[in-house]
Design a protein around this ligand. Structure first.
Ligand code: 26W
Length: 797
C-alpha cells in the first residue's frame, strides 16, 4: 500500500461504516441506539481508517531500522480524541453529512465524549501536542504513561468554593484504546538486595503487573500513526480464594484493590511535590514497564546493547520518570552483566531530560528512607552514580544525595545526554540558578527548545471560522507548515479582509455568549471585550492581580459611570491543587467579586466577571477562539514557558503580559506594538524583593490599589464574613512574594491602553490579525523538529 494518498472516504461509505459498527460492534439498531452508541460507532469507523497506517508505520520503522523516540511522561492531557481523528483524517464534511443523514447532530455526538484528563496542566498538554506533532512529522515514536482510572478531579463550586469530585472518564466506553494482554510486565517494589556471585540480586517483596493499553495517535492527513502506550496496574494474584472461602470477602478482594491503587488516580498537584510513597511507586511503575518494553523491542532488532544510544532516544518529561536512569543502569549492569561505567555511559547516551519549572517546591527530591525502602537497589545505584560523578568532577560542590535526600533534578541532569528548558528565558535562568554548577561542569548539555502547540487542535479544529478565512486566503499548506501564516500579513492591509477576520472572531464570541447564557446564566454582549485568564490556579500566575485590577476598574466605573468605559467581561477558569488553600481562596474571592459586580446595575454593562467551573482541554477549545485579550501576567522568572499564551496569539487574541517564559518570544515574533507589555523583568523582580516593605511602598504610591485592597479587606465582597480575605490583603501588603502590589500600577496602565486600542476597532483587528500571522513559529511541529535535530538525532520516515 503506498503511503501517498489516503483512500477517499465518501459520506455514504462512512455512514454505512457507522451503521455496521452500530449493529456488529455495539449490537444496536438505529432506533435503540443512545447518543453514546452513535459516538462509539462513529469513533470505530474513524479508528478503522487509522489502523492500516498504524500497521504501516510500525512495519516501516522496523524495515528502516530507524532510531526510535520514547516520550516518558506521568501526564498526557489528551482531551477528546474523536474530533481530532476526524480533523486529522480530513473527514469533517463526510462525518457531519453522514450523521445528518442518520438524523443526528454532529456537535451533539462529539460532545458526548469525555475528556481524557490524564494531566494537570501545561506539562501534560505539551506531551499530548508533542505526540500529535511526532506523528505529523512521521517520526517513529511512542509515548509511555499511566492509564489512570480517574484523571484530574472534577471541579464545581459550592458557595463560590472549589469542590473536588472523582473524575470518571472510564465509566463511559472508550473508543481509542486497544488492550494488550500480551504486553504485561512484572514490576517489583521493596524487599532486599543481596550479593551473589559478585552480582547484586534484588528480591522485591511486593509485585504488581503492568498491562499495556495502546492508543493510536494520528498526525496530519493520517499519513503516520504512532502509539501512546499507557500502563494499568494489575494484581499478580487478583483473587484470594482462601480468604473468600472463609468468608473474608474484603481480604479476598484486597490484592486486586491494592494493585489497582497504583494506576487508580492522577496526583492533582502541579507545583508541589508531596513526597508521597504512592507517587514514587507510580513513577517507578510506568518507567520500569516502559524500559522493559523498550529493551524487549530493541532486543528483537539488535543483539548489541552498545548500539542503544544509536537506536533509542528517551525523553524524560521533567523529573517524574527520572528513576529511568538508575533502573536502566540496574538492568544493563545487574541483569545483562555490563560493567557499571559502561552501563552508565550507555544510559547517559540514551536519556534526555526536560525541565518545566524552577519553582523550588516543584523540584522533586525523595527522602532516602522512602526511596530506599521502596527501591533498595536503586538507592545503591544512585550512590554509585553520584560517586562516579564526584570522581569525574572533584571540584564539584553539590551532591544529588545531600541531606539524606535523592535529588531527582541533579540525578536527571547527570544521567542525561541533553537537558533542555522550554523557553529561551527559562533555559537561561536554568543555567544561572538551579543548574548553575552543573552547567559549568557540562556546558554542552543544556539546550533550549521553546514550547509549541499543535495547530490542528488549537486552530484548525477549534476555530473553523478563522481557519476557513486563512485557507481561502493562502490555501491549507499552513496546517502542516504553520510559519506560512506569515503569508496573510499583506492581506491585513485590506479593509475587506480585516472585516472578514473581525467577523470570524465576532461569530466565535456570539457562539460563546450563547453557551455562557445557556450553561452559566450569564448574559454577555458579544461586542464587549472578552478578557480571558485560563490556567491552573497559582500565586505566581497572579490571578489575584487580575481580580484586583477588576475591582479597581469596577470602583472607577462606579465613580464615573458615563466616562465611556469599554465594555469588558473578565473570564477566569482554572483548578487549584486540593491542598493549596491560598489558591482556593483566590477562586472564592473571584466568585465573590463576580457575584457583587455582575449584580451591580450601575456597572454591569461596562464590566462583568465570571469564573467558569471545571476548566479542561475541551473548555479551552471553546474559550480561546472567542478571546480578545490573553492574560499572561505571571511574575517574571516564574512561568517556564506557558503554552496557552501561544494558543491565544494564534487565535487572534493579543497578549497583556510580563516578560516571562515564552511571552518574551511571542512579543519578539508578533512585534512589540502588538503586545501589551507591563511589569518588572526577571532581574528587576529579584532586585525588588530586596527592597524593604516593597508592597507597602507600592500601595502607598497607588491609591487605586489601596482602595481595591481596602474593599477586599473590609468585606465588600463577603459582607456575611468581612474578614474572609484579610489574610490575602495581609499577604499582598506584606510578604507579597509574587510582587502583585509592585506590578499593579503598570498593569493598570497597560489595561487602559488595551481599552483605548480595543475602542479603535480597526487598530485592534490589525493587532489581532498580526498576532495570528506572526505566531506560526509556536507550532509544536517546529519544537519537535528541534528535539529531533538537536537532542534525539531522529529522522522522519
Ligand atoms: C511533583 C508535582 C509536580 C507536577 C507537575 C510538579 C511540577 C509539575 C509540572 C512541571 C508543572 C507544569 O505543568 N509546568 C508547566 O510546564 C509547561 C510545559 O512546559 C510550561 O509551559 C509551564 O510554564 C510550566 O508551568
Amino acid at each position: 500500500m503506498n503511503i501517498a494518498t489516503l483512500p477517499a472516504v465518501s459520506t455514504d461509505t462512512l455512514r454505512d461504516a457507522i451503521l455496521s459498527h452500530l449493529a456488529y460492534s455495539f449490537g444496536k439498531t438505529p432506533e435503540a441506539a443512545q447518543i453514546e452508541d452513535w459516538r462509539m460507532a462513529l469513533s470505530f469507523a474513524i479508528r478503522d481508517r487509522m489502523v492500516a497506517r498504524w500497521f504501516e508505520a510500525t512495519r516501516r520503522t522496523y524495515e528502516a531500522e530507524a532510531k526510535r523516540v520514547y516520550y516518558l511522561s506521568m501526564e498526557f492531557l489528551i482531551g477528546r480524541l474523536l474530533e481530532d481523528g476526524i480533523v486529522n483524517l480530513r473527514l469533517q464534511e463526510q462525518a457531519r453529512a453522514a450523521l445528518y443523514d442518520l438524523g443526528l447532530d454532529y456537535d451533539a455526538v462529539l460532545a458526548d465524549e469525555p475528556d481524557a484528563a490524564l494531566g494537570n496542566g501545561g506539562l501534560g498538554r505539551l506531551a499530548a501536542c508533542f505526540l500529535e506533532s511526532l506523528s505529523t512529522l512521521s517520526c517513529p515514536a511512542m509515548g509511555y504513561g499511566i492509564r489512570y482510572e480517574h484523571g484530574l478531579f472534577r471541579q464545581s463550586f459550592h458557595d463560590g468554593r472549589q469542590v473536588e469530585a472523582p473524575e470518571t472518564w472510564l465509566l463511559q466506553r472508550h473508543a481509542w484504546e486497544f488492550e494488550r494482554p500480551e504486553a504485561r510486565y512484572r514490576i517489583g517494589f521493596g524487599g532486599q538486595v543481596r550479593e551473589s556471585g559478585g552480582r547484586a540480586v534484588w528480591t522485591p517483596e511486593e509485585e504488581v503487573d503492568a498491562e499495556a493499553f495502546d492508543t493510536p495517535i494520528a498526525g496530519w492527513q493520517g499519513h503516520w500513526v504512532n502509539t501512546l502506550r499507557l500502563w494499568s496496574a494489575k494484581a499478580v494474584h487478583p483473587f484470594d480464594l482462601t480468604s473468600f472461602n472463609r468468608g473474608d470477602f474484603a481480604a479476598a478482594a484486597a490484592p486486586e484493590a491494592l494493585a489497582r491503587t497504583i494506576s487508580r488516580v492522577l496526583y492533582p498537584d502541579d507545583t508541589t511535590e508531596q513526597g508521597k510513597e504512592l507517587r514514587l511507586k507510580q513513577e517507578f511503575f510506568f518507567t520500569a514497564a516502559a524500559l522493559r518494553d523498550i529493551l524487549r523491542r530493541f532486543d528483537s532488532e539488535y543483539d548489541d546493547l552498545g548500539r542503544l544510544p544509536e537506536k533509542v532516544a528517551i525523553q524524560l518529561n521533567d523529573t517524574h520518570p527520572a528513576i529511568a536512569g538508575p533502573e536502566l543502569v540496574r538492568i544493563l549492569h545487574d541483569e545483562r552483566g555490563i560493567d557499571f561505567d559502561t552501563a552508565m555511559t550507555l544510559a547517559q547516551g540514551t536519556l534526555n531530560y526536560t525541565n518545566h519549572t524552577l519553582l523550588p517546591e516543584a523540584l522533586e527530591s525523595w527522602h532516602e528512607g522512602v526511596f530506599g525502602k521502596l527501591l533498595p537497589r536503586h538507592l545503591q545505584i544512585v550512590d554509585r552514580i553520584d560517586d562516579a560523578h564526584a570522581r569525574a568532577h572533584p571540584s564539584r560542590g553539590f551532591s544529588m544525595r545531600a541531606d539524606h535526600q535523592v535529588r531527582m533534578g541533579e540525578l536527571s541532569f547527570v544521567m542525561a545526554n541533553r537537558v533542555n528548558g522550554v523557553s529561551a528565558l527559562h533555559t537561561g535562568l536554568m543555567k544561572e540558578t538551579v543548574f548553575a554548577e552543573l552547567n559549568a561542569l557540562h556546558p554542552e548539555k543544556i539546550v533550549n527548545q521553546t514550547n509549541g502547540v499543535t495547530p490542528r487542535r488549537w486552530l484548525l479544529s477549534c476555530n473553523p471560522g478563522l481557519s476557513e478565512l486563512i485557507t481561502d486566503t493562502i490555501g491549507d499548506g499552513w496546517v502542516a507548515d504553520l510559519e506560512r501564516l506569515r503569508e496573510i500579513e499583506p492581506e491585513v492591509e485590506d479593509a475587506g479582509w480585516r472585516d472578514r477576520f473581525a467577523a470570524a472572531k465576532r461569530a466565535n464570541k456570539a457562539t460563546l455568549s450563547d453557551w455562557l447564557g445557556e450553561t452559566q446564566g450569564l448574559q454577555v454582549d458579544p461586542e464587549a471585550m472578552f478578557d480571558i485568564q485560563i490556567k491552573r490556579m497559582h500565586e505566581y500566575k497572579r490571578q489575584h492581580l487580575n481580580i484586583l485590577e477588576a475591582i479597581a476598574h469596577w470602583q472607577e466605573i462606579k465613580d464615573a459611570p458615563d466616562a465611556g468605559w469599554v465594555p469588558r467581561i473578565k473570564i477566569f477558569a482554572g483548578k487549584a491543587a486540593p491542598g493549596y488553600a491560598f489558591a482556593k481562596d483566590i477562586i472564592r474571592l473571584i466568585n465573590d467579586v463576580s457575584r457583587v459586580v455582575n449584580a451591580d446595575q450601575a456597572t454591569r454593562e461596562a464590566l462583568q466577571v465570571a469564573f467558569l467551573p471545571n476548566y479542561n482541554v475541551t473548555l479551552a477549545e471553546r474559550l480561546i477562539p472567542a478571546a480578545d485579550l490573553s492574560e499572561q501576567i505571571s511574575t517574571a522568572g516564574k512561568e517556564a514557558s506557558g503554552t496557552g499564551n501561544m494558543k491565544f496569539a494564534l487565535n487572534g487574541a493579543p497578549t497583556i503580559g510580563t516578560l516571562d517564559g515564552a511571552n518574551v518570544e511571542i512579543r519578539e515574533h508578533v512585534g512589540a506594538e502588538n503586545f501589551f507589555l507591563f511589569g518588572m523583568t526577571a532581574p528587576e523582580v529579584t532586585a525588588r524583593r530586596e527592597v524593604e516593605a516593597h508592597a507597602r511602598q507600592a500601595i502607598e504610591a497607588d491609591p487605586r490599589l489601596a482602595r481595591a485592597l481596602e474593599a477586599v479587606g473590609s468585606g465588600v465582597f463577603s459582607p456575611d464574613e468581612p474578614d474572609r480575605y484579610a489574610h490575602i490583603v495581609e499577604n499582598l501588603s506584606g510578604h507579597d512574594y509574587f510582587l502583585v502590589a509592585s506590578d499593579f500600577t503598570d498593569y493598570w496602565r497597560a489595561q487602559r491602553e488595551v481599552d483605548s486600542a480595543y475602542a479603535d476597532r480597526d487598530r485592534w483587528t490589525r493587532m489581532a490579525a498580526l498576532n495570528t500571522a506572526r505566531s506560526g513559529w509556536f507550532s509544536s511541529d517546529r519544537t519537535i523538529r528541534g528535539y529531533m535535530d538537536d537532542i534525539w538525532g531522529a529522522k522522519s520516515l
